[in-house]
Design a protein around this ligand. Structure first.
Ligand SMILES: NC(=O)CC[C@H](N)C(=O)O
Length: 239
């Protein structure tokens, strides 16, 4: 049985916080038996109240500096890698959740880690090279139409550095004349997307992820893989 109350935090140091909370609110309608609390997280105390967390887009270097200043970096690492709570990073959030990042400023940048991948920041160029592409996200379920992927100074996963097959590639994009890039990955409790579902008004990825959160916590959660299903509580494949 999933718990009846679940608190989902959105790291609110900078970036697209309210957009995520708006879509989480809409997505929560798919799980009427669960009471969700959505919480903006700026302190270790607030993080400790959370069962799951979204790390939004923004600027990963800034986010890391602010997180360090607020004493949040170590608690975040513990949340993701020791307590194995469900976490989703979008864009800069994906960068934060990678074990390695290239194209970082001199001296590198601090990361939370959790995904055994190396990301390449700003793969597609600057803000003006932002683009939208239809993505086939099979994990949303059979017969689901394409998902509008919004890419803004987006990173990609340039290499999976996990030798044990724990990193699952859940989405790719191919720009004309370029190689296919990995833009959605999952490793156990950690999910990352290069794109911004919170900017589309399409609730499907949020609903799917909340379904994973419900399942993970219902199964005793910690350390369990996320579930691939239809996002409406129907059990799918467990990785
Ligand atoms: N939209 C975004 O989150 C941009 C991410 C940013 N380019 C970074 O590296 O961290």
């Amino acid at each position: 049985m999933p718990p009846s109350t679940i608190t989902v935090g959105v790291l609110a140091l900078q970036g697209g916080v309210v957009e995520h909370i708006a879509l989480l609110n809409r997505a929560s309608a798919s799980y009427p038996s669960v009471t969700f609390h959505f919480l903006e997280v700026r302190t270790p105390e607030q993080l400790s109240l959370c069962d799951a967390l979204i790390i939004p887009g923004g600027e990963s270097t800034t986010m890391a500096i602010v997180a360090r200043r607020l004493g949040l970096l170590e608690p975040l690492r513990e949340f993701v890698k020791i307590n194995n709570k469900p976490v989703w990073g979008t864009c800069a959030g994906l960068v934060m959740l990678a074990e390695e990042a290239s194209a970082t400023k001199q001296g590198g940048q601090e990361l939370i880690g959790g995904l055994d991948v190396r990301v390449l920041r700003n793969k597609f160029g600057t803000q003006v090279q932002s683009f939208v592409a239809d993505l086939n996200l099979d994990f949303l379920g059979e017969g689901e139409g394409p998902f509008r992927g919004v890419f803004i100074r987006a990173p990609v996963v340039e290499e999976v550095i996990d030798g044990n097959g724990r990193v699952k590639v859940l989405g790719t994009v191919k720009k004309p004349g370029e190689e296919e890039d990995i833009v959605a990955v999952k490793q156990g409790n950690v999910f990352g997307t290069s794109f911004h579902p919170e900017l589309t008004g399409d609730v499907r990825v949020h609903a799917w992820w909340l379904g994973n959160v419900v399942e993970a916590l219902g199964q005793g959660g910690e350390g369990k893989g996320l579930v691939v299903g239809k996002g409406k509580g129907d059990a799918g494949k467990v990785y």
